[in-house]
Design a protein around this ligand. Structure first.
Ligand code: AMP
Ligand code: MG
Length: 305
């Protein structure tokens, strides 16, 4: 497990004035990392990821058995920050029946005709499950803040500050509702540097097996880098809460991002202190009877001679 003190630096203080430049994108360049040594960090990150995967599978089983809570993990980032890879690596050990991933693309005409939370509400995880949103209702205060013309019919052509404040408020109220109903919400912003994005785009362009990952739209959005960073800063500050915190995860090194996310998720679920349900005395008696019956008839079930 990673020390909570180390994790603390990645949590967005509720209501704070977020300046993303103050959050590292490459944690291995920090002093505390240098002290540990780069190779040691890579090894340690792999160990943490492996440990967390095992613990996450056990935690999910308990989540299902206790049937009191669900978990919602939200991933937001600039393109090529590694959302898909992080989700794949962190969740790879979990029982597929215990988790579900939804990736949200541009909304359809039908979705745009509803309130902006509608399509996400339908995808929420039921009790006992871990739900993952690869992009989420946060797009509705991010991409459309950079491109208000994509807000859809019935929305203001030039939304003002009040419009966005109301959306943050709606999101906070929505997450309060989720928390009150037993959903643990954890939000991850994979914080990538512009230089690392360039490197990853070039990899996609230079490797035929990665061409499919590159979209012309990605280049166009890169041009709006500053506007996106600003939209993220405002959204993170306005919607990080104790009950549903934002984590700014340094994403320039994939192994760092994956280990951090895995550790944070496992720790948060373990902190719920869930327990396997205790059966009643009556059921215990029935279990005892069944055990005696099965043990007493040891010849039963054997193939006939
Ligand atoms: P990708 O995840 O790379 O397949 O891209 C999905 C695209 O859908 C991204 O460009 C997102 O910005 C866009 N998108 C997702 N949600 C919304 C939304 N609520 N409004 C507008 N665009 C969205
Ligand atoms: Mg994309």
């Amino acid at each position: 497990m990673i020390k909570p003190k180390l994790i603390q630096q990645f949590i967005v203080e509720p209501g704070s004035d977020v300046n993303l430049k103050k959050y590292v994108t490459d944690w291995t360049e920090t002093e505390e990392a240098q002290e540990l040594g780069k190779d040691a960090i890579k090894e340690r990150a792999a160990e943490i990821l492996a440990e967390s995967r095992k613990q996450l599978d056990a935690a999910q089983e308990l989540l299902y058995a206790s049937d009191t809570h669900s978990v919602l993990l939200i991933f937001q980032a600039m393109d090529a920050a590694g959302k898909d890879g992080t989700i794949r690596h962190v969740m790879s050990g979990v029982n597929p029946q215990g988790c579900q991933v939804f990736s949200f693309k541009k909304p359809s005409a039908e979705e745009l005709d509803h309130n902006f939370l509608w399509r996400y509400m339908k995808a929420l995880p039921e009790r006992g499950r871990i739900g993952i949103f690869n992009r989420s209702y946060y797009e509705d205060v991010l991409v459309v803040k950079v491109h208000p013309e994509w807000l859809g019919p019935g929305q203001p052509a030039k939304p003002d500050g009040k419009f966005w404040q109301q959306r943050y408020e709606d999101i906070n109220n929505f997450e309060k509702h989720l928390a009150r109903n037993g959903t643990l919400v954890l939000k991850f912003f994979l914080h990538l540097s512009k230089g690392e994005q360039k490197k990853r785009f070039l990899e996609r362009l230079n490797n035929p097996e990665k061409h499919w990952k590159f979209s012309g739209a990605d280049m166009a959005e890169r041009e709006h880098w500053k506007d996106y960073q600003k939209a993220f800063e405002e959204a993170l500050g306005a919607t990080s809460t104790k009950r549903a915190p934002w984590y700014v995860i340094p994403a320039d090194r994939k192994y760092v991002a994956r280990a951090l996310v895995a550790d944070i998720v496992v720790t948060a679920i373990q902190d719920l202190k869930l327990e396997f349900p205790k059966v009643s005395e009556e059921t215990m008696t029935r279990l005892d009877v069944a055990r005696v019956q099965l043990e007493g008839k040891s010849n039963e079930g054997k193939p006939e001679a």
